[in-house]
Design a protein around this ligand. Structure first.
Ligand SMILES: Nc1ncnc2c1ncn2[C@@H]1O[C@H](COP(=O)(O)OP(=O)(O)O)[C@@H](O)[C@H]1O
Ligand SMILES: CC(=O)OP(=O)(O)O
Ligand SMILES: [Mg+2]
Length: 395
């Protein structure tokens, strides 16, 4: 039977689908956005025609509509041979991808308190796909799994131990699928093996995180208990004085107000007052919009501080790696960030940077840079498809 692997990524308000064949070629992809809102919208990539959705479509309805469209457009004539799901929080339960069964769903549910925006919709995606394709093996791939190698000094917060023991308050880290892919790709580009490669991996998408990887293993990462900690992001504040909770509360804001502020109305969007889209921000800054320029400055300054912080976990550095929509495409962000890191010996090559490293095997460092600097496109969907294919064939 021909292999076809469906990858399902349920985000807090979006749903992304991708279909791969057994040769790791992407056959189709689709996205549904603004789910649970009146203007929910879905389309198959490469087509302008919207896929019809019921009003205020849920994740389940969007999944059903997109699968039906894949079938009607003959992109997926038969049931897939495997399904892979991105699951955001695996707590300490999952150190690697697993085949889904009822116990796994229950364990993912147990982690839902730690990721209330993500895990419940991840389960919805799993349940809906199990109904649509009852005979197909399903795999869960966790954002947190790759970071389970962190040691206590890196994952414990400076809190009384009971908070970790009783309630699981610790650093978990996210985007593990992408960071793991980065060290494998960096090793390949540098002609090394992953097990002897150490990199600092900056995943800069809408969510942003940075990871120190020593000899192929995650040893420190910027996101924490939740995906709010660390770098400045599209709409998330990243690190902030925890005293802000008391202070804003004393000004009349509720916990829910503060949650919304820090998760949805901060970061690039909050500072610029305009958008969370880095491309638009760069255009606005060029037109003289000061708050947009400041948003970019804060983003790069904080990113550089975190690159420096990640160095303390490493004994050698084979490359600093940029990935994610911003990391892969923003010449300005990479340039500004590297400029802050001169004292550490990082130096970019303007010409290579301008082409996103695409003419130079990803390299954008100057000849006198102490460390290589790489731009590597991430491919979380492909990694999820690989894991799903591997586990389904062992099924
Ligand atoms: N050419 C570009 N220049 C600057 N930023 C870009 C460019 N292309 C994409 N981006 C930025 O990448 C970000 C989205 O990253 P992406 O990895 O696609 O997000 P997600 O985390 O949702 O998958 C947005 O801020 C977008 O503006
Ligand atoms: C965990 C996380 O931040 O995910 P995303 O980048 O998809 O928002
Ligand atoms: Mg992405």
């Amino acid at each position: 039977m021909k292999q076809s692997i469906l990858v399902v990524n349920c985000g807090s308000s979006s749903l992304k689908l991708a279909l791969f064949n057994g040769k790791e070629e992407k056959l189709a992809s689709a996205i549904a956005e603004r789910l649970n809102e009146q203007d929910a919208f879905a389309r198959i990539d490469g087509s302008d025609r919207p896929v019809p959705l019921p009003g205020s479509a849920t994740h389940k309805q969007a999944l059903e509509a997109l699968v039906k469209a894949f079938q009607e457009w003959e992109l997926m004539p038969e049931a897939p041979t495997a399904v892979g799901h991105r699951v955001v929080h695996g707590g300490e339960t999952f150190r690697e991808a697993v085949l889904v069964n009822n116990d796994v769903v229950e364990a993912i549910n147990q982690c839902a308190d730690l990721a209330p925006l993500h895990n419940p919709v991840n389960i919805t995606g799993i349940e809906a796909t199990r109904k649509l394709f009852p005979g197909t093996p399903q795999t869960a791939v966790f954002d947190t799994a790759y970071h389970q190698t962190l040691e206590p000094h890196a994952y414990l917060y400076a809190l009384p131990e009971a908070y970790y023991r009783d309630w699981g308050v610790r650093r978990y880290g996210f985007h593990g699928t992408s960071h793991h892919f980065m060290v494998n790709e960096a090793a390949r580009l540098l002609g090394k093996t992953p097990a002897t490669t150490s990199v600092i991996s900056a995943h800069l998408g809408n969510g942003c995180s940075i990871t120190a990887i020593k000899d192929g293993i995650s040893v420190d990462t910027s996101m924490g208990l939740t995906p709010l900690e660390g770098l400045m992001m599209g709409t998330r504040s990243g690190d902030i004085d925890p005293g802000v909770f008391d202070y804003l509360n004393s000004q009349g804001m509720t916990l829910a107000d503060i949650h919304k502020l820090l998760n949805h109305n901060s970061g690039l969007l909050g500072v610029s007052g305009k958008t969370n889209d880095m491309r638009t921000l760069c255009e606005l800054a060029d037109q003289g919009h000061k708050p947009s320029a400041i948003a970019i400055d804060i983003f790069c300054f904080r990113l550089a501080k975190y690159v420096a912080a990640m160095m303390v976990s490493l004994s050698q550095l084979d490359a600093l790696v940029f990935t994610g929509g911003i990391g892969e495409n923003s010449v300005r962000v990479r340039k500004k960030t590297l400029n802050h890191l001169k004292l550490f010996g990082f130096a970019g090559n303007a010409e290579l940077n301008k082409h996103n490293g695409s003419h130079s095997d990803g390299r954008i460092d100057a000849v006198d840079s102490r460390y290589p600097v790489l731009v590597i496109p991430t491919n979380e969907e492909l990694v999820i498809a690989r894991e799903a294919g591997r586990l389904a064939s062992s099924h």
